[in-house]
Each structure stands twice: as structure tokens, then as C-alpha cells.
Design a binder for this molecule. Structure first.
Ligand code: ZN
Ligand code: ZN
Length: 298
């Protein structure tokens, strides 16, 4: 719709990009927010309904316009690889980097993907076809540096402090070794995001949402259209807000609002969501969120 693109969420962490779903035209908004396509590491597809995957070809082709982009991992349900490979064969578009596919199946591990920054978990939701929900978890960070402990151990202020903070064991001039656990507090949890659309509440949805900092959830219908939501495998705004509240989500953003609604209906959506969960809001195109570390909250 004009002013309301199809759902796609990009997560940027230390310059790397992870994208969840790509509806038609997603590459246009990616350009608008100036997220470099080269650093796209993972494209995670919820399911093979057109409104979630027809933007994938555009993103893949756009990424081929840069040099040495490195491999791209595509996560999705069975049929994802066939969809992309057939398209590549039919259109014979230029591709200058390798694609690697991971398709979910009944025996899949809960962890779909892992690199030096994050791990991505997945699981089947409850829709009219197999639809996957995702949870992105930043790796835990080393504990807080305890200055007093460092001083008491006679470690001079300087580069050695930095190395200990990064988890390295160091040797002092006197020859004694200091292991980082002597000067670091317990590891601090990383930030967590859930992305789950095109679903009704189910156990997997609750598990993927558990205690996340930010959840993007299907809030397609108003409560008065709940029968339609159930028939089409979606949630109403209050369904989504209830899931968020019950699973300890800190902040929920409801997305994938049905095109039957206009901007005038957004207030009713927000009321329905906030009635169940104070920290719920209705998402908008190009909206950006910065997730603070929990102990750095004001
Ligand atoms: Zn769908
Ligand atoms: Zn959809």
C-alpha cells in the first residue's frame, strides 16, 4: 500500500545486517535507510507466501552490484532453495557470491544459524502453511571489569586492562599470570529480538518471545475481526499484545497490518494493543529502534 510497505525487519549489529522477511520492494526501503547491502549476512524467510519472499530476488540482485560481498546465508522453510535457484535459472541474473541455504525440517536443531556475533533460533508457528518464527540472540558479553580487583592484584592501568576485559589471560612483569575471571564479573546477557508474523498464538511463539528486548509480531486484524484472523492464520492486535505481555517481552511492535485498514484505524489498533500490554505499539515504515543493554538503561 502507499505508505505501508510489506513487512521486513533489518537488524544491524556491529556493521553486520540480518534481514527477516523481504516483501516485494524491500530493497527500496533498505536503500532509504542507507543500510549497506554488502554487510548483509543472513536473509531469514518466514514462509513462502508472496508477501514475505517476493523481495528476496531484488535483495539478492542488489547485493551482486557490490564487489566481494562474501557468502549470504538464506534461512527458510522447505522449498526456499528451490524457489531461489529456479528464479536464478529462469532470469539468469548475475550473481558474484555464493548462496548457502538452510531449510527447516522436523528434525532441525533449534539453532538455525550462528556466527561470531549472534545466533538465530527458529521454530514452526501456526499459520495456513508452514511458517517459521525467529529469535535473534546476541552472544553474551564478558562481565564488567572490576577496577578495584585489578588494582589489588597489582595490574598496572593500561593495555593489560583491555586484554583482560576481552577475556585474555595476561602475564605481569613479575612473571605471574592473571586470568580474566579474577577481574571480571559474571558474563552479561546479549540483546534479543523476536520476529514472528503470520501466526496464531502457539507454544513456539511463546518460546521465541520469551524475555526478548524487542518483538515484532503479527497484529494483522482489529479485535472485532477475530474470526477472520483465526480463519486466515493471523492474530488480532490484542492477541499479539497478550502474547508479548505473557512472555515477558520488553517492547512489542505490531506489524503486518491488513491492507483493509487505513491510517484512520491505527488509533484503534494502538488502543487494542495497549489495553493488553503497555509497551506495545503499531509499527510504521522505516521506523528504527535502538536496543539498549539492560544494565545501561536509565
Ligand atoms: Zn502467510
Ligand atoms: Zn503475510
Amino acid at each position: 500500500m502507499p505508505g505501508r510497505f510489506l513487512t521486513s525487519v533489518a537488524v544491524k549489529l556491529q556493521g553486520q545486517i540480518y534481514i527477516f522477511d523481504a516483501g516485494e520492494g524491500s530493497q527500496i526501503n533498505l536503500r532509504k535507510v542507507k543500510l549497506g547491502i554488502k554487510s548483509l549476512r543472513v536473509l531469514a524467510i518466514s514462509h513462502l507466501h508472496g508477501d514475505h519472499c517476493l523481495g528476496v530476488p531484488g535483495l539478492i540482485m542488489m547485493r551482486a552490484q557490490v564487489q566481494e560481498a562474501g557468502s549470504l546465508t538464506i534461512l527458510g522453510p522447505p522449498g526456499t532453495e528451490r524457489f531461489i535457484r529456479q528464479l536464478h535459472e529462469s532470469l539468469a541474473f548475475f550473481l558474484n557470491y555464493p548462496l548457502s541455504f538452510v531449510e527447516w525440517n522436523e528434525g532441525s536443531s533449534e539453532v538455525a544459524y550462528e556466527d561470531d556475533l549472534v545466533r538465530i533460533l527458529w521454530g514452526p508457528l501456526k499459520h495456513t502453511t508452514l511458517c517459521l518464527g525467529y529469535r535473534l540472540e546476541e552472544h553474551p558479553r564478558p562481565g564488567k571489569f572490576k577496577k578495584e580487583a585489578a588494582i589489588a592484584l597489582g595490574i598496572p592501568y593500561g593495555p593489560l586492562w583491555g586484554r583482560l576485559q576481552r577475556g585474555e589471560t595476561v602475564t605481569l612483569d613479575q612473571g605471574n599470570q592473571i586470568s580474566p575471571n579474577l577481574v571480571l564479573g559474571p558474563p552479561r546477557p546479549g540483546r534479543k529480538i523476536c520476529y514472528a508474523v503470520d501466526t496464531q498464538p502457539n507454544q513456539t511463539l511463546y518460546r521465541l518471545c520469551q524475555d526478548v528486548d524487542l518483538a515484532f509480531l503479527d497484529g494483522m486484524f482489529l479485535p472485532k475481526h477475530h474470526e477472520e484472523a483465526r480463519a486466515k492464520g493471523h492474530m488480532t492486535a490484542d492477541d499479539a499484545a497478550r502474547v508479548a505481555a505473557r512472555s515477558g517481552v520488553r517492547h512489542a511492535v505490531l506489524v503486518h497490518i491488513s491492507p483493509r485498514y487505513t491510517e484512520d484505524d491505527m488509533g484503534e489498533f494502538a488502543d487494542a494493543a495497549k489495553g493488553r500490554f503497555e509497551n506495545a505499539e503499531i509499527g510504521a515504515d522505516l521506523q528504527q529502534f535502538t536496543i539498549p543493554y539492560r544494565e545501561e538503561d536509565p
